[in-house]
Design a protein around this ligand. Structure first.
Ligand SMILES: N[C@@H](CCC(=O)N[C@@H](CS)C(=O)NCC(=O)O)C(=O)O
Length: 212
């Protein structure tokens, strides 16, 4: 298996976490978003959306991290990252969607480029934008986690799930956008619990071969 990805990409990061937890060997094919390699024709042939990650499985190119991750879960069921219990499963999917649908896409590179370019926002305004949307999402997530009294050490239960694979990269990018994480003690605690695991450490942006 080969994965086209970028060290700082949250969607690549969440996919790496899943691959590591499932002990799947893969070759990393770095695509530098900083050098706009994702916009070059060669990569557009691989993913017409111009996004990382892309997972190459034999001659198939899988795009969209939620689809890739669910495919990995189906093909490599151990350890289980999407609980069998339907209610637990719904909780995991809700947290994954909160991050993956409602926070991450609004702060994507192309969105920030549009703010800086056509809309002519300055760097401080762009930072305020990112902080606003992350905080709105994290405010709700912190409350949801707090409300779930029997939760355990991770987002859902006492072992990592897909929810944690989505959350950790979002915390990582929140740090980059200077969000004050002390507002979110539960999120911070879950992040620290995850980062104590070697699979999460190995997936961290600064530990990738293409990190700059
Ligand atoms: N929904 C897609 C989004 C992928 C995505 O947003 N990737 C980002 C990196 S985290 C990207 O390639 N951005 C390029 C850009 O915005 O120009 C997924 O989950 O795979």
């Amino acid at each position: 298996m080969k994965m086209y990805g970028f060290f700082r990409s949250g969607t690549s990061h969440r996919t790496r976490i899943v691959m590591n937890l499932k002990k799947i060997d893969y070759e990393l094919l770095p695509v530098s978003l900083m050098k706009n390699e994702h916009k070059q024709l060669g990569f557009q042939d691989i993913n017409p959306q111009g996004f990382v990650p892309v997972l190459q499985v034999n001659d198939q190119l899988l795009i969209q991290s939620p689809a890739i991750i669910e495919w990995l879960e189906a093909e490599y069921p151990e350890p289980v990252l999407l609980p069998k219990d339907e209610l637990e499963r719904a909780k995991v999917r809700a947290i994954a969607a909160l991050v993956g649908c409602d926070i991450h896409p609004i702060n994507n590179k192309r969105v920030l480029e549009y703010l800086r370019g056509p809309l002519q926002l300055d760097e401080q305004q762009v930072l305020t934008w990112c902080q606003h949307w992350i905080e709105q999402g994290f405010d709700a997530l912190e409350q949801l986690l707090d409300r779930d009294r029997g939760r355990g050490d991770f987002c859902v239960g006492n072992t990592p799930t897909l929810a944690d694979a989505y959350l950790v990269p979002q915390v990582e990018s929140s740090k980059r956008f200077q969000v004050n994480l002390s507002q979110y003690p539960i999120i911070q605690k879950i992040y620290n619990t995850c980062m104590a695991l070697p699979e999460f450490q190995a997936a961290a942006p600064h530990n990738q071969p293409d990190a700059v």
